[in-house]
Design a protein around this ligand. Structure first.
Ligand SMILES: [Zn+2]
Length: 98
């Protein structure tokens, strides 16, 4: 490939957040819900808890803030909106059964 700089950052560019290193691995085009085209950057880092490599995406102008891999990030936390939806569905199902 002629393009040897797919991230849009200078070679060797990376972010360090409290000792955790984030390296840009690629930049990709993205269209948001409003139909606006923008660039997203995929950053690779190692989870400080389990050491597993994970990828986090941000807008090109932003820097990553997510600190852990998907498994270590709030493993027991349920999305409150989802929980509410489940409860509503359960109530509806109960009402139909009677
Ligand atoms: Zn982890």
């Amino acid at each position: 490939m002629a393009d040897d700089n797919p991230t849009g950052f200078p070679p060797g560019h990376h972010h360090v957040l409290d000792g955790q290193r984030y390296c840009p691995i690629r930049r990709r085009p993205y269209v948001n819900k409003l139909g606006e085209a923008m660039a997203l950057v995929d950053w690779e880092s190692d989870c400080p808890d389990c050491g597993v490599a994970f990828v986090v995406s941000t807008r090109f102008s932003e820097t990553p803030t997510r600190r852990r891999c998907g498994d270590c990030k709030n493993p027991r936390m349920v999305n409150p909106t989802k929980r509410k939806l489940w409860r509503q569905r359960y109530a509806i199902a109960q009402a139909r059964r009677v």
